[in-house]
Write a new protein. Structure first.
Length: 92
């Protein structure tokens, strides 16, 4: 990716609600950053999780249980304005 990005991303089941949890997360600030789930790092197809909530810290997103995480196993921080991948993680 273009920008240094670090931290841990995991999926947890919280009382029947599936969440994507970012911990110790850090990336550069940028314009129009989104969080995607995608089968690949090119974001040729993706599911938008939401706008990036913060460039550092711990935060979470509720994700629909209908999203296939075996197919959409790449978590991408994507700059929509410039079409640039800021950082990524693979769900295992």
């Amino acid at each position: 990716a273009v920008h240094p990005t670090s931290g841990t991303i995991k999926v947890v089941d919280d009382a029947g609600t599936r969440k994507l949890v970012f911990e110790n997360f850090k990336t550069d600030p940028g314009p129009d950053l989104d969080v995607y789930l995608s089968p690949n790092m090119a974001a040729s197809t993706f599911v938008k999780v939401g706008d990036l909530k913060a460039t550092s810290g711990k935060f979470e997103y509720t994700i629909d249980k209908s999203i296939d995480l075996k197919t959409n196993k790449q978590v991408l921080i994507w700059c929509v304005a410039f079409g640039v991948l800021f950082g990524s993680a693979e769900l295992k």
